[in-house]
Design a protein around this ligand. Structure first.
Ligand SMILES: [Zn+2]
Length: 282
């Protein structure tokens, strides 16, 4: 008898919160060039090593009253939020990416995306190790599709030619090319580095995972969201014109939306496109 659905949902969510707990370690240590496996989890303020009972995702945070048992130092809400977000995203991916083995690369990719958002917000860095993990998830996704007999979905023909490429390659190339061009253009326009190399590499990984079509839609969404927030911050005078707004979180966030809700992103973009066309009646 198949397990009741709710048990699987709880399992996917709980696994996500545990991975989120590990992502908290990655977000803190990767930009500092420290190992994510050793030393074991400890309080960043007094260095006391955490016991197993203090490492239960979500629960320990609440049970400890947001404080270290040893030094009483406050534990940031960030830790709780990352665990909760990862749990919910794992649950969403379980629905969106299929409930079989195919969900595994989706979970890895989504975890990479969550870590990218917070490391870029904190340090304006997208660690290469995260980008590499994202590309590996994409290759794994493609490999699984081949094994499961869905490979025919994955061949992309370059428009105007007879050349076929695996989706992971075509998507990766599209991501890299689009963002190399955007980076060069913004350097010409603003005469300074408007977009980091980390964003370009991340776009390559996103393209590899989503494939060229969906990746382009997610890039459009990221640019629209980034521009909207940038203008809003200018209007509200929160930021001055030339202050740098990291683009990685927008790129990553839009990729996550595309991964979890590909149909809604396709529908939204096509309705926007049609709306735009109707401004120019023939
Ligand atoms: Zn402490």
């Amino acid at each position: 008898m198949p397990l009741p659905r709710v048990v699987l949902y709880i399992w996917a969510f709980a696994l996500g919160t545990a991975v989120g707990s590990f992502l908290n370690v990655c977000i803190y240590r990767l930009p500092r060039d420290r190992s994510v496996v050793s030393p074991p989890s400890h309080c960043p303020q007094c260095g006391v090593r955490l016991r197993a009972i203090e490492l239960i995702p979500l629960v320990s945070f609440v049970a400890l009253g947001r404080k270290c048992r040893s030094c009483g130092g406050a534990i940031g809400w960030r830790y709780f939020a990352v665990e909760l977000i990862t749990g919910l995203v794992f649950l969403g991916a379980w629905e969106a990416c299929g409930r079989g083995i195919q969900v595994l690369p989706c979970w890895i990719f989504a975890s990479v995306i969550i870590a990218v958002v917070f490391t870029d917000l904190d340090h304006m860095i997208i660690p290469d190790s995260l980008v590499i993990a994202g590309v590996m998830a994409a290759v794994m996704s493609e490999g699984l599709a081949v094994l499961l007999g869905q490979a025919s979905l994955l061949s992309v023909t370059i428009p105007g030619t007879e050349v076929h490429l695996p989706r992971v390659v075509a998507g990766g190339v599209v991501g890299l090319v689009v963002f190399v061009l955007i980076r060069a253009f913004s350097q010409l326009l603003f005469r300074r580095e408007g977009m980091g190399l980390g964003d370009v590499k991340l776009a390559g990984a996103i393209g590899a995972m989503l494939g060229p079509g969906l990746a382009l839609l997610s890039f459009g969404l990221a640019i629209a969201a980034g521009a909207a927030l940038g203008v809003a911050l200018l209007v509200l005078r929160v930021r001055r014109r030339m202050e740098y707004l990291p683009f990685g979180p927008f790129l990553a966030g839009a990729a996550l939306v595309a991964l979890l809700a590909p149909e809604s992103i396709r529908a939204t973009s096509s309705s926007l496109y049609l709306g735009w066309l109707s401004l120019f009646p023939v």
